[in-house]
Design a protein around this ligand. Structure first.
Ligand SMILES: [Zn+2]
Length: 246
């Protein structure tokens, strides 16, 4: 009774075996008896304990290590001969291994790459918005003809802190995280002023607009020293125990 469907055939065999279990077992017993007869007389002595695959592997490893240690040149010669003879095969094997270890990356579409770039840019902006705001200001200052532009976001924070978050002209105080304080250039960019630490003071928007590009209405002492603290990686040297304490 040939079946086209192997599943059906298996099912039929199962049913047959279930219905003829006794007969099937008898056949199995007879075949086992035949196998034992063919295998010859039983082993004499201590029966060999079955070993696990791991143990078999270990034994093989030990024996080959022993061989290598005892016949190094012979092993090397054999190996070299095999390699020369099967150069192409070995090369193919190496290539296959490499391609398995380095599967081709799935291709991305330009749209996927665009979205990824967008997400990365958004994450970078969210991590440090002040840095990017300052970068925009730098570009704008250069566009407006500033002779130089090197104010950093952290410097601007320090300037605001140094003046107590107050407008330098009217004295109005703002909260620490304010964005209402503008960067007023003491010498306007259009008059050759630089967009740098010593030319920038905090000012509220009305005062900044009123001043426009003119000279400051009051005398202002700009910050003369660089107020940025030393960077972390330089602090190690200043804190070395060998340095004398003053
Ligand atoms: Zn003001």
């Amino acid at each position: 009774m040939p079946y086209k469907d192997p599943e059906k055939e298996r099912a039929a065999r199962r049913t047959y075996r279930a219905n003829h279990r006794e007969h099937h077992n008898a056949l199995e017993r007879a075949s086992a008896k035949r196998r034992r007869a063919l295998a010859g007389p039983k082993r004499i002595g201590r029966p060999r304990l079955p070993i696990t695959d791991e143990e078999r592997k270990d034994r093989r490893k030990q024996s080959s290590a022993k061989q290598r240690a005892e016949h190094p040149t012979q092993i090397k010669q054999n190996h070299d001969r095999w390699r020369t003879k099967n150069y192409e095969l070995e090369r193919q094997r190496q290539l296959t291994t490499y391609s398995m270890q380095h599967p081709p990356k799935p291709k991305t579409t330009p749209e996927q790459r665009r979205l990824r770039r967008r997400d990365l840019a958004r994450a970078a902006y969210a991590a440090n918005p002040e840095h990017f705001r300052q970068k925009r200001k730098t570009r704008s200052a250069l566009k407006r003809g500033a002779v130089m532009s090197d104010l950093s976001a952290s410097q601007w924070n320090e300037i605001k802190a140094a003046y107590g978050y107050r407008c330098i002209y009217c004295g109005e105080q703002f909260p620490k995280n304010t964005r209402a304080l503008h960067q007023d250039h003491l010498t306007a960019l259009s008059r050759g002023g630089a967009d740098t630490l010593h030319n920038i003071v905090p000012s509220c928007k009305p005062c900044n607009s009123r001043k426009y590009t003119n000279a400051a209405p009051i005398f202002v002492q700009p910050l003369l020293l660089t107020i940025s603290p030393p960077k972390k990686r330089y602090q190690k040297h200043t804190e070395s125990p060998a340095s004398p304490t003053l």
